[in-house]
Each structure stands twice: as structure tokens, then as C-alpha cells.
Design a protein around this ligand. Structure first.
Ligand code: HEM
Length: 418
């Protein structure tokens, strides 16, 4: 097998334009491909180099099995402070010492993740279903009462897609939901790819101050929630510091609402535009679990990574990735790899194969909140299909503001009527 290497000092131009500018969903649904460039890359250059905004470059891995090989190999580090980590063009803020465990390696990653693993286990999440259903019903009742749906429609993102996961994660963590304007606004700034760095730094510092005050308040009166347990069981016994509790808060709060909200919006739109699939789900509600896996595969909303840096020379599918070189792992491409998902561009809501998707990543950093995300998606989409059988977009699809400017794909707003 030939080894292809690249001199680390030579930034390469992107092969087919930057493959991280996703097209509007309309193209996506018609072409059935998250990004046309990925298809060509998977066949022609499955591991190629991409230029990052600052002129540096990283490897872009596009095939399903290569993606799993990288994400499953701990010689690829998640630590943003390791030299060579591809930070350019990444959202969220500059690498810093007090980062969440998503940006740490073992043994620290293992130690910290273990502190909250049980909070997100399937059994725990299953017990939450009645509460998620109650929140969903309450928001659907409010949606039904909204006036003016004939004139311009109701924004499904504001009415349902964003509040369900925000309220659920606030409840679990013990964050006052009244603060949702603050944390949603700051998250949106941090995850934007178009906000200037200085504006993002201001948002990061505002979020830091907000979480710092929150943790201080919780320290004085820890409740029956994730933060309460972290403070009593870990902080008071010397396992973690005040700042580390705040780092948990930042990671779980951001990851816990933004991702699922976008999946709810995109999935609702997809089902509105695929009436046969929607009708089948109404007839066979048990199919909702498989449908959610397929929607996760189909949309693969994480569009700027995950990212890693090699800490040793590693060979992946005949390519040598040298220590210190950055890697962008295109899970959105892996989920459309025809070698694994036949007819990957078509939505197949009953396909048993979809469950092998890598939308939640793979390996030790695989999404901690996946059981929660699944339950929320199943409940919200199932309820929408049942209660709003005539739901449809209130504007032409071309007028829907898609999040081409964000690290996590979705719709900024989704006007609907019924
Ligand atoms: C549809 C919704 C979601 C998607 C598509 C998603 C996707 C992902 C992906 C791809 C990763 C891996 C990152 C990496 O390898 O670097 C990840 C990690 C993570 N996710 Fe999610 N996620 C979702 C919902 C959630 C929710 C609801 C939570 C709740 C708290 C959550 C919490 C986390 C955490 C804490 C990690 C870091 C895990 C680790 O580093 O060990 N996610 N997620």
C-alpha cells in the first residue's frame, strides 16, 4: 500500500471549495447529499487536505470506516491546547485551560465524564419521558392558541423546537429556565461561524460570568439536580473545583439544547415535505424510533467536525497522518457513504441500517446525551404528527432561513401553518 504524505509547512487550498459550507436544505432534499463535494471526495480523495480560514490546513476524512478508525483511536487527541489542533474556523472560543471534557483526553476525560454518565443513561432518560411529553403537550397547546397562523405562520423553532430541549436540560441541570434568553443568545453567538472573534470573546466572558454566578448560587443551596449532585458529591469531596463545575455547566447547557433543537426543526420540515413518510408514521407510530435514527443519519447536523490532532504518526487507509497534524472528521459525509448506507441520498424511515450512523460520533467521546436527544426527538415528532396532521411550511422553502452560517446546521426560523 502506498503512503501519501504532505509537508506540514505547506498549507493546501481546499480541493472543491470549502466542504463545510452546507447548501440549503432544499438542495439537500433534492440531491439527497449533505454536500455535493463530499460525494466526489469519498470516491476520489477520501482523505484529503482542506485549507482553514487562517491559511493553515488539516486532513479531511470523508469515508465512514476511516471516520470510525480516527474517532476510535485515542492517538487522535481532542485537546484543543495540543499543538496542531485545528482551531481555525472552529466555533465556541479560544482554547483554554478550564474547558469541558469534550476537549480533553484520558485519563482526565474518563474521570470527568464518569461523574455525569449515570445522569444520561437510557434508564434515567426513559423515566423522563412523561415529563418531556408534558412539556411538549403544553407547548403544542400554546401553539394551537397562537393567533395569526394564517398570516405568516407560527415559528416552529421558537414555539417548540428550541423550548423543548432548553426546558428539559434546564430542569435536569437545575438552571432557571427564566434565564433561557441569556443562554440561548450566548450559545447562538458562540456557535456562529460568521461572528467576529472579538464578539465571540465577549459572549464567552458573559457566559462565564453567568455560569460563575449560577454555580455560586448552587453551592449555597444545592438542589436535587445534576449541579446539586456534582457540588455535593464531587466538589465538596475535593474531586473538582468551582471552575470545573462551571465547565460542566457550559458544556452540558450548550450541547444539551442547541443540537436537538436543530434536529427537531429540520426533521419536522423533512416530514412536512415527505407526506408519504409522515402518513406511514401516523399509521405505524412504533416506527418513530427507526425514523429518528434515519433523520439523524440523513441530516447529520454537526457540520464542522468533530476535530482531532494526531499525537503520533498514524496510518489511516494508507495515508500517513503525522504527529501534530490536525484532522477534520466529516461525520456528515460518513453518514452518506454509499458503501455503508445504500441509496444514502434518499430518506428511508424504516431502514434498519440507519442505526449504524455516526451522527453522535464514535469512540470515547461519543455523545453523552444521545439517549436524551433520541427521546426528545421521538416525543416531539410523534406529537407533531398526531396533533397537527395538516402541518405545512407557511412560506416557500427558498424563504426559510437555513443556518449555513452556523457550526450546527438547521433553520434559524421555520414558519408553519396547519
Ligand atoms: C441530535 C442531537 C445531538 C447530536 C447530533 C450530538 C452530536 C454529538 C457528537 C457528534 C459528539 C462527539 C464530539 C466529538 O467526538 O468530539 C457529541 C458529544 C457530546 N454530546 Fe452530543 N449531540 C446531540 C445532543 C446532545 C444532548 C441532548 C446532550 C446533553 C447534555 C449532549 C451532550 C454531549 C456531550 C457532553 C458530549 C461530549 C462527550 C465526550 O466528550 O465524552 N449532546 N455530541
Amino acid at each position: 500500500m502506498t503512503m501519501r504524505t504532505a509537508p506540514a509547512e505547506q498549507p493546501a487550498p481546499p480541493p472543491n471549495g470549502c466542504p463545510f459550507d452546507p447548501p440549503p436544505l432544499a438542495d439537500l432534499l433534492e440531491q439527497g447529499e449533505p454536500h455535493a463535494a463530499f460525494g466526489a471526495l469519498r470516491t476520489e480523495r477520501p482523505i484529503s487536505r482542506v485549507a482553514l480560514p487562517d491559511g493553515s490546513w488539516a486532513w479531511l476524512v470523508t469515508r465512514y470506516h476511516d471516520i470510525r478508525a480516527v474517532l476510535g483511536d485515542t492517538r487522535f487527541s481532542s485537546d484543543t491546547t495540543v499543538h496542531g489542533y485545528p482551531v481555525s474556523g472552529m466555533t465556541g472560543g479560544a482554547p483554554h485551560a478550564n474547558r469541558g471534557f469534550i476537549r480533553r483526553d484520558p485519563p482526565e476525560h474518563t474521570r470527568l465524564r464518569r461523574m455525569v454518565t449515570r445522569e444520561f443513561m437510557v434508564k434515567r432518560v426513559e423515566a423522563l419521558r412523561p415529563e418531556i411529553q408534558r412539556i411538549t403537550d403544553e407547548l403544542c397547546d400554546a401553539m394551537e392558541r397562537t393567533e395569526g397562523r394564517e398570516r405568516g405562520g407560527v415559528d416552529l423553532v421558537e414555539a417548540l423546537a428550541l423550548p423543548v430541549p432548553s426546558r428539559v436540560i434546564s430542569l435536569l441541570l437545575g438552571v432557571p429556565y427564566e434565564d433561557h434568553d441569556t443562554f440561548q443568545r450566548l450559545t447562538a453567538t458562540l456557535l456562529s461561524r460568521t461572528v467576529p472573534d472579538d464578539e465571540r470573546a465577549v459572549a464567552r466572558s458573559e457566559l462565564h460570568d453567568y455560569l460563575d454566578r449560577l454555580v455560586t448560587a448552587k453551592e449555597a443551596a444545592p438542589g436535587e439536580d445534576i449541579f446539586g449532585r456534582l457540588i455535593v458529591e464531587q466538589q465538596r469531596t475535593g474531586g473538582i473545583s468551582h471552575d470545573e463545575v462551571a465547565a460542566f455547566a457550559s458544556l452540558l447547557l450548550i450541547a444539551g439544547h442547541e443540537t436537538t433543537a436543530n434536529m427537531i426543526g429540520l426533521s419536522a420540515l423533512t416530514l412536512m415535505r415527505a407526506p408519504e413518510a409522515a402518513e406511514r408514521l401516523r399509521r405505524e407510530p412504533a416506527l418513530i424510533r427507526a425514523a429518528v435514527e434515519e433523520l439523524l443519519r440523513f441530516h447529520s447536523i454537526i457540520r464542522n467536525g468533530p476535530r482531532r490532532v494526531a499525537t503520533a504518526d498514524v496510518e489511516i487507509a494508507g495515508h500517513l497522518i503525522r504527529a501534530g497534524e490536525g484532522v477534520l472528521v466529516a461525520v456528515a459525509s460518513g453518514n452518506h457513504d454509499e458503501d455503508v448506507f445504500a441509496d444514502a441520498g434518499r430518506l428511508a424511515i424504516a431502514s434498519p441500517n440507519s442505526q449504524h450512523h455516526v451522527a453522535f460520533g464514535y469512540g470515547i467521546h461519543q455523545c453523552l446525551g444521545q439517549a436524551l436527544a433520541r427521546a426528545e426527538l421521538q416525543i416531539v415528532l410523534g406529537t407533531l404528527l398526531r396533533r397537527f396532521p395538516t402541518l405545512r411550511p407557511a412560506v416557500p422553502v427558498e424563504e426559510i432561513p437555513f443556518r449555513t452560517d452556523m457550526a450546527i446546521y438547521g433553520c434559524h426560523a421555520l414558519p408553519v401553518t396547519w
